[in-house]
Design a binder for this molecule. Structure first.
Ligand code: APR
Length: 320
């Protein structure tokens, strides 16, 4: 059977890391696409030259023409600009919306059967716009945010409890912004919910609150340290986990920005919720029950996403 084809739209910091991880995991052949000439070709060749050392079989190529992504099984989109210190994800909206238009049309015309994972920020609005511009089915267009946000949460929790990250699970709902909702009640160490761990005296509520806030600010913390761009290792690892779930029909339950119609009182919008990812794309939205406080936080986050979508519609009148 032919190998899967993975198209990476955007060959910057995240795009290059995605290519390397996809190759190391032998998920398929990789095409890096970018408007910058030489960058996708150079990164593809550099990674290909590491194959004899690491021992993976995957074709690597770079391109500046959308015809190169023809027939891709998975497209991961990072095209656009990244944050600099002092910028919020929302500051990127105008520039990256235009990028989503050209990327959406490129995917529509060349890889209409692909599972599309969007990483470009502001995430929830960009994945919505990408689905609109590409016209692909909503279950085949998804945004990567929840896996990253919950990975950050898990890392901070594992550090606090001094246990393996493998034994920490976490859920983060809502938009990929300051209003995201890390759900402590549904986050556990070895199955023990975080509020119980506070009761057991393993940590304090103050420490837990600080970790929740650090999770919300996780992206800005990295931008502040790097100064020249935003995070790329953890975002790339997160999107690769989603791509692998699709390609291998793993039916992983992962938080992601998916089109929610009916659950959580929503009538058709992209927002971060737990979803099952398998060969059908986002096969199911997991509609967990929320208490009053959690619902209020989610509602606030949903309003923030709605504001961004409205701003997109104002900029581009073709968006419905
Ligand atoms: N089509 C294709 N590629 C484009 C386009 C376009 N219209 N516009 C820009 N690019 C490319 C740039 O040439 C660059 O190589 O997108 C790439 C972006 O790479 P980086 O600037 O290194 O950004 P990166 O850190 O990879 O982040 C990409 O993901 O997390 C988000 O906020 C982040 O929106 C940003 C995106």
């Amino acid at each position: 059977m032919a190998r899967a084809k993975i198209a990476l739209i955007g060959a910057g910091q995240i795009g290059g890391t995605l290519a390397h991880l996809a190759a190391l995991k032998e998920l398929g052949d990789v095409v890096l696409f970018d408007i910058a000439e030489g960058i996708p070709q150079g990164k593809a060749l550099d990674i290909a030259e590491s194959a004899p050392v690491d021992g993976f079989d995957a074709d690597m190529s770079g391109a500046n023409d959308y015809s190169a992504i023809a027939g891709a099984d998975v497209c991961i989109v990072t095209a656009g600009v990244a944050r600099k210190p002092g910028m919020s994800r929302d500051d990127l909206l105008g520039i990256n919306l235009k990028v989503m238009k050209s990327v959406g049309e490129g995917i529509r015309d060349n890889a209409p059967d692909a599972f599309v994972i969007c990483i470009t920020n502001p995430l929830d609005a960009m994945v919505w716009a990408l689905q609109q511009f590409s016209g692909l089915p909503t279950e085949k267009v998804v945004g990567m945010a929840g896996v990253l946000d919950s990975a950050r949460f898990r890392h901070f929790l594992a550090d606090e409890f001094d246990v393996s990250v493998k034994d920490v699970t976490a859920f983060v709902l809502g938009g990929h912004g300051d209003t995201m909702v890390p759900l402590t009640r549904y986050s556990t160490v070895a199955g023990i919910p975080l509020p119980d761990l506070v009761d057991m005296g393993w940590t304090t509520q103050d420490k837990l609150d600080a970790i929740v806030q650090r999770t919300r600010d996780g992206g800005a913390e990295i931008v502040g340290l790097l100064k020249t761009g935003s995070a790329f290792y953890a975002p790339a690892a997160s999107a690769i986990q989603m791509a692998e779930a699709y390609l291998k029909d793993q039916k992983r339950v992962l938080p992601a920005a998916v089109y929610v119609d009916g659950a959580y009182g929503l009538d058709g919008m992209y927002v971060g919720v737990p979803t099952v990812i398998g060969a059908g794309g986002t096969e199911k939205v997991v509609n967990i029950s929320l208490n009053e406080d959690e619902q209020a936080m989610l509602d606030k986050s949903i309003d923030a996403v709605k504001g961004l979508v409205a701003a997109c519609k104002e900029i581009d009148g073709t968006l419905a």
